[in-house]
Ligand binder design. Structure first.
Ligand code: ACO
Length: 326
């Protein structure tokens, strides 16, 4: 028995914010953003659209690709940093919208590493016979927690959602080949949303001080991200005995093209193996890897039986890699 990907889907909101749009909002330039991040544009959801709405659209597309109904799904996991509400969870909104009447579900909070963590859970769940298909969504409305007066952060983030359906299959070779997951709270302050939780509940002051938006020490995050992601990639390659040259695709979390290229360089990934779409969407946190997976499948860059290495790094700190045969 193996586990494979049966369907993927994504949803990208229509509205585009280009680097040139930011030139009218903060002291920045298209040239600075392009050369420092690789980002050219990002998509922004309209005010009435939530992370859950985007997850539902992505999930419906994944179900259609898989040829499944909502009632076939045994578990719904939504990785998000921008849930619709503190409670109920966003997974319950997805569950009811797709008619997943036989599922249990929950949200997973691991920032940009959400899909790497979710995959670990999905592969573990599917070892049990009572679970048949697991729906993973990564969905973010980062525009709802971005301070558009802070040039250090506002140019980096975008909105979107991706979904992946994993299920058991007869092919023993398909499945998780290796994984390497980490969490380390020593650096919780370099990347955080300071207010709005139980430590600093919302007050007029927290709103005025924009403490409900992303606060980030970019340079520090950059260095930690490169080291951690390269380390996780090496760990899964070592554990599996897979040669990096045999991978069909390496799908890194899309935060910054320079981070992606630095990691690729350290593990000797060829250009044709590297999946990059940060230019189109910016950093969509937990949504970035499932959006990449969906684009990779739909464009034929990834096909059944291929090996793919996914790697991410985010607030927490959280980081990790998954090496799978899809
Ligand atoms: N336009 C123009 N100048 C800018 C901008 C901007 N948009 N943003 C920052 N600058 C300035 C800074 O103020 C600084 O100026 P100073 O030297 O006068 O102080 C200068 O540019 C250089 O800033 P650095 O921080 O050194 O720039 P760096 O090359 O490190 O790039 C960046 C900054 C893009 C943020 C980079 O550090 C980065 O990508 N970090 C990682 C971000 C990340 O991966 N986040 C991950 C997870 S997000 C999550 O989990 C939700």
């Amino acid at each position: 028995m193996g586990v494979r990907i049966f369907g993927t889907g994504s949803y990208i909101p229509e509205k585009v914010l280009t680097n040139f749009d930011f030139q009218n909002m903060v002291d920045t330039s298209d040239e600075w953003i392009r050369t420092r991040t690789g980002i050219v544009e990002r998509h922004i959801a309209p005010p009435e659209m939530s992370s859950g709405d985007m997850a539902i659209s992505a999930a419906r597309r994944a179900l259609a690709m898989a040829g499944l109904q909502g009632s076939d799904i045994s578990a719904v996991i939504v990785a998000t940093t921008t849930p619709d509400h503190v409670f109920p969870n966003t997974a319950s909104l997805v569950q009811v919208a797709i008619g997943a009447e036989n599922a249990f579900g929950f949200d997973l909070s691991a920032a940009c590493s959400g899909m790497i963590y979710s995959l670990e859970l999905a592969y573990s769940l599917l070892l049990q016979k009572k679970y048949r298909y697991v729906l993973l969504c990564g969905a973010e409305k980062l525009s709802s927690i971005t301070n558009y007066e802070d040039r250090n952060t506002c140019v980096l983030f975008g909105d979107g959602a991706g979904a992946v359906i994993l299920g058991r299959c007869d092919d023993d070779n398909s499945g998780q080949l290796a994984s390497d997951l980490h969490i380390n709270g020593d650096y919780e302050d370099i990347l955080k949303l300071p207010a709005g939780g139980s430590r600093n509940p919302a007050t007029h002051e927290t709103v005025e001080q924009k403490r409900h938006t992303i606060h980030m020490q970019g340079k520090e995050t950059f260095k930690l991200a490169v080291n951690a992601m390269a380390g996780a990639c090496k760990a899964v390659l070592d554990e599996s005995g897979v040669d990096v040259g045999d991978l069909k695709l390496v799908i890194p979390h899309q935060a910054n093209k320079r981070i992606i290229e630095a990691v690729a360089h350290r593990i000797n990934v060829r250009d044709d193996q590297l999946f990059i779409n940060v230019d189109k969407y910016g950093n969509t946190s937990a949504a970035s890897i499932p959006i990449c997976l969906d684009e990779a499948f739909r464009s034929g860059r990834l096909q059944r039986g291929d090996m793919a290495l996914m790697v991410a790094f985010g607030a927490g700190l959280t980081w990790g890699a998954q090496l799978i045969r899809v």
